[in-house]
Ligand binder design. Structure first.
Ligand SMILES: Nc1ncnc2c1ncn2[C@@H]1O[C@H](COP(=O)(O)OP(=O)(O)OP(=O)(O)O)[C@@H](O)[C@H]1O
Length: 259
C-alpha cells in the first residue's frame, strides 16, 4: 500500500486517517480497518465487546504496534515519524492509571514534564483543569483515597495537560455519576467547539447519538459503517428513517455475526 500523501494545495481537513490497519493477537483483533476522522469533530467509535475499538485506538496513540497498515495524524505518518505523531495525541484509557502517592497537581506536573510543557504553564493549566473538573479542593491531596470517578477525572486532566490536537478517550463516562458525566461531556463539547478533535468509545449509544458529529461502527475488527446517523441508516439498508442509533447499531452488528 502506498504511503499516505496529501496534495500540498489542499487544506488539511483530516485529523486521522487509518488505512488497511491490522493487528492479530491469538486471532485478528483489527482487520483491514479504514477510518477517517475530520479535524474539529467529535467522532464516536462504537462496537460490541471485543470489536477491536481499544486495540485500534491504542495503535493510533502509538501504544500498540500494528502488524500492518497506515496511520496518519494531522498529516504526520505515524510509521515514519512515530514521535511526531505521538506528540499530537493524548490517550485516556478506560482504567485510570495515576500514581496514588501523588496529588493531582503533582501528577499533572509530572505528565506535563513528559511532554516538555513549560512548568509555569503546566501549573496554571493543571489548576484550571482541576477547577473545571470540580477537583480544586482535592488538588493537593494524595490520590490514594480518591473514588474511581475522581481518579478518572484526574486522568482526563492528564490527557489534556499538553493541549493535544487529537484527544482519544476510551469509555470516558463509565463510572462517573450524572453530574461528573455532564461535566466531562460539556468539557469535550467545549473543546470541539473551540476547534479540537475528540475520538471516544462508548457503549452509551445515547451519548454518541447526541454528541458525535460522526460515528464509526466496528465489529470483528472491521468497519461496518461510518458517518452521521442518516448515513448509518442508509448503510444499514433496512433501517427506517426514524430508527435510532441503537436500532441501526443492533441491526448492523447482528448482520456481521457469523451465521
Ligand atoms: N494485549 C492483548 N493480548 C491478547 N489479546 C488481546 C489483547 N488486547 C486485545 N485483545 C483481544 O483483541 C480483541 C479486541 O479487543 P479490544 O479490547 O480492542 O476490544 P474493544 O472493542 O475495545 O472491546 P470492549 O468494548 O469490550 O472494551 C479481543 O478479542 C481481545 O481479547
Amino acid at each position: 500500500m502506498p504511503a499516505l500523501r496529501r496534495d500540498p494545495g489542499t487544506a488539511l481537513t483530516e485529523a486521522l486517517i487509518v488505512r488497511g490497519l491490522n493487528k492479530t493477537f491469538a486471532k485478528p483483533a483489527v482487520a483491514n480497518l479504514d477510518l477517517t476522522v475530520r479535524a474539529g469533530e467529535l467522532y464516536a467509535l462504537l462496537g460490541p465487546n471485543g470489536a477491536g475499538k481499544t486495540t485500534t485506538l491504542r495503535m493510533v496513540a502509538g501504544l500498540t504496534k500494528p502488524d500492518s497498515g497506515e496511520i496518519s495524524i494531522f498529516g504526520v505518518d505515524a510509521r515514519r515519524d512515530p514521535a511526531g505523531a505521538k506528540a499530537l495525541v493524548a490517550w485516556a484509557p478506560d482504567e485510570a492509571m495515576i500514581y496514588d502517592r501523588l496529588t493531582p497537581l503533582e501528577y499533572l506536573e509530572f505528565v506535563a514534564g513528559l511532554w516538555s510543557v513549560d512548568p509555569k504553564l503546566a501549573k496554571t493549566r493543571a489548576e484550571q483543569l482541576l477547577a473545571q473538573l470540580g477537583l480544586a479542593d482535592e488538588a493537593r491531596r494524595r490520590c490514594e483515597g480518591f473514588s474511581r470517578g475522581m481518579k478518572q477525572k484526574v486522568a482526563l486532566a492528564g490527557a489534556l495537560i499538553h493541549d493535544p490536537r487529537l484527544l482519544i478517550l476510551d469509555e470516558p463516562l463509565t463510572g462517573l455519576d450524572a453530574a461528573a458525566a455532564r461535566l466531562v461531556k460539556d468539557m469535550l463539547q467545549a473543546r470541539v467547539d473551540a476547534g479540537g478533535t475528540v475520538i471516544l468509545t462508548t457503549h452509551i449509544l445515547e451519548v454518541a447519538e447526541r454528541m458525535a458529529d460522526r460515528i464509526g461502527i466496528i465489529a470483528g475488527g472491521r468497519l461496518l459503517a461510518e458517518g452521521q446517523l442518516e448515513d448509518l441508516r442508509a448503510q444499514a439498508g433496512g433501517a427506517g428513517g426514524s430508527s435510532t442509533l441503537e436500532d441501526v447499531f443492533l441491526q448492523l452488528t447482528a448482520e456481521s455475526q457469523p451465521a
